[in-house]
Design a protein around this ligand. Sequence first.
Ligand code: GLN
Length: 312
Amino acid sequence: MVLFINKNTLASSLEAVQLEAGSGSVASYIPALQQADPAAFGCVVHYGREKVKAGDTDIYFTLQSISKVISLALALMDKGSEEVFSKVGMEPSGNPFHSIQTLEKEKPAKPLNPMINAGALVVADMLQEKEPDAAARRFVRLIREITSNPEIDICFETAASERNHSNLNRALCYFLKSHGVIENDVEQVLNTYINLCSVRVNSCDLARIGSVLGRDGQDPETGEQLIPAWTAEMVTTFMVTCGMYDASGSFAVKAGIPCKSGVSGALLGSLPDGTGIGVYSPPLDSHGNSAAGTRLLEKLSSDYQLSIFSGR
Ligand code: GLN
């Protein structure tokens, strides 16, 4: 079905959405993100060895919460699912991504899932090694392998900007530390989390990540197993249930594409036939998801029957 998408059809879908969107605003709570061009809009669809591109696909942006998909994959590979899910749950939160309220209700404190900030901070704690930078270096290595782009790195300017404005995440971290859920030094864990969020990619890189995840963790060109199949299956399931925060339910109904968003305005989509989709449009809706990007994926899904729940 995805085969019907070509350069021209993708460009006209982008144009249609651009005309009807016009809402949302660029994230400002991390000052570096405010420098993004609100008019930038690009999409890449990657299937087989083919890449179809439309719009502004050469712009670089940071992964932000999309990093949560790959950090979860690393923690699962290291610790196995039993240990990981003893400290972080599997349920959608129905709350905004930085919410602290449900943490206090759970006894013992356990973030509801690894796609919200509290859960990802616990995952970042699990990735700690003796060297404070080791976890972030390892994360960057895996992203370079998955995207086949050796130039990918952390944007230290964005990381510094977030570090100076991360009191909410710092509070989540101290709360989790005081309940014994986070074991390592809070500033080190927070630093790792921020560095992973600040890894810079473009829409092509995102589409390739989606393709690898959709191919059970295999490289679309070489067939090399980059992530174990069971891990790819687990993280893409979380993309369906929790990837769009408190809009995950409506997005599953309207688009049915396993997807993860980031506050930079990026969206990572992954389909079980190995199709990967990368979208970038910085203005966000009230849930913190790219407004035009979300509309674009809903449109592509309805135009080309991309929903994983569609029997057609
Ligand atoms: N770095 C961001 C934060 O922690 C990521 C959030 C997001 O992309 N939703 O606030």
